[in-house]
Design a protein around this ligand. Structure first.
Ligand SMILES: [Zn+2]
Length: 430
């Protein structure tokens, strides 16, 4: 294996240190290391973080390879500093059986750019009627522990209760896409001032909050673990805060776009801003940032949702929902959380690596940057300033809401178990 000597990296933003990577692990860390390596990297001014872990990625394969494949998605992940991603189950066919999750898991291993941990569907075909083969997916080579019907809500309380009970046997977790379907029928954007002015169907905050309230109560009742996907409202934060204060096993994530963008952008009618859950108000954004800072929200998860141009270059009403996000996540977190003083780099490592790995029970990821640990690492340049150009992205799709925006920071290098997947800001061909 290639050996690396990284000079003067600021681990978690601390004082500059050298990092020696040999045989896939951190062999030595210290000042002025007396070591030799195949490749020397000058990391002056770069922050070193443990490889990022995404709890919520849509890789689209199998079935929508026109939007993304496991290979292009994992290349995008590496460019964003990720070493592990959880691949959501809403593919074609749906990842609701051992066969499909094993297929996705194998494609991930073959890609070599990033570990892919498949998420299994909670119900057969994401239809919300009948529990999928959760045990078989867990027992498969993919070792599934996170289950979600993401894109759809498990809205039947009895099915949700059974799923929560079932996954207790193997320390699994149900990741809920909290959206009460009847309250959001025909909804096009956040319900509020802007939707009223534009005359678009509103998506009320209570549609998210009522499901979260129900599910934290259900999880507590059966003594199981629930994870709430993409929190988007101030009220959702309050419910999760309350559930945690009760000592219940509840975790939550927020997307980068919900930390930065608001429903004011919908005035443009540009479908690039159409997303599920919808962009909310500035007050919601503020509450989400504070909750991520104080740990009420455990993790940043991208909800990377690639779509081909024809599904986005159309009228608002018929456009697909979702945004790509893997390659901009760390920059958005720097802008919204670090540059604002809400979170230091240690906090970023906690919310984007340690905690998501713990929620997904991913061994080998989310580990500290210390001697003997697997060398999953990202070197990030927080001083970089540039304009986002999605045409240069590694993802197959271009539906980024940040096109033309100034965002701080850039991934300089990413290492997966000691092998560079990105060097000097470029993908390493494997
Ligand atoms: Zn979702």
């Amino acid at each position: 294996m290639t050996t690396y000597l990284i000079r003067n990296a600021q681990i978690l933003g601390g004082a500059p240190q050298d990092i020696h990577i040999v045989d896939g692990v951190f062999a030595a860390i210290g000042e002025n290391l007396d070591a030799r390596a195949d490749i020397d990297i000058d990391a002056h001014g770069l922050v070193a973080l443990p490889g990022l872990v995404d709890l919520h990625t849509h890789l689209r394969e199998p079935g929508r390879e026109d939007a993304e494949t496991v290979l292009t998605g994992t290349r995008a992940a590496a460019m964003g500093g990720y070493t592990a991603v959880h691949a959501m189950a809403n593919t074609f066919p749906v990842a609701d059986s051992a066969g499909v999750v094993e297929q996705v898991w194998r494609l991930g291993r073959e890609s070599g750019y990033c570990d892919v941990q498949p998420v299994g569907a909670v119900t057969v075909g994401l239809e919300g009627k009948q529990l999928a083969e959760l045990g078989a997916m867990h027992d498969s080579a993919a070792g599934v522990r996170v289950f979600s019907d993401d894109g759809k809500c498990v809205d039947d309380a009895v099915i949700m209760r059974r799923a929560l009970e079932y996954v207790k046997a193997f320390d699994g977790v149900i990741a809920q896409h909290a959206q009460e379907p009847r309250l959001t029928a025909g909804a096009q954007m956040n319900e509020g001032l802007v939707s009223g002015e534009l005359g678009l169907g509103g998506w009320p905050a209570v549609a998210e909050e009522s499901i979260i309230a129900r599910d934290v109560l259900l999880a507590a009742h059966v003594g199981s673990r629930v994870h709430i996907c993409h929190l988007s409202t101030a009220g959702s934060v309050e419910i999760v805060r309350w559930a945690k204060a009760k000592g219940w096993d509840v975790t939550a994530e927020v997307t980068p776009h919900h930390l930065l963008l608001t429903d004011e952008l919908v005035r443009s009618y540009d479908p690039v801003y159409k997303v599920n859950p919808p962009l909310r108000t500035a007050a919601d954004v503020e509450a989400l940032r504070e909750a991520l800072a104080d740990g009420t929200i455990d993790a940043v998860a991208t909800d990377h949702a690639p779509h081909p141009a024809e599904d986005k270059d159309c009228e608002w009403a018929v456009a697909a929902m979702g945004m790509v996000g893997l390659e901009t996540a760390l920059s958005v977190v720097q802008q919204t959380m670090v540059d604002t003083g809400l979170l230091n780099w240690e906090g970023v490592a906690d919310r984007m690596s340690h905690r998501p790995a713990r929620i997904g029970r991913l061994a080998g990821h989310g580990r500290p940057v210390s001697v003997g640990e697997p060398a999953n690492l990202v070197l990030f340049d927080p001083a970089y300033r540039g304009v986002v150009n999605p045409d240069t992205f590694a993802t197959r799709s271009r539906n980024s809401p940040y096109r033309g925006m100034d965002l701080p920071g850039r991934v300089h290098a990413t290492f997966l178990r000691g092998e560079a997947t990105v060097l000097a800001g470029e993908l390493v061909e494997r």
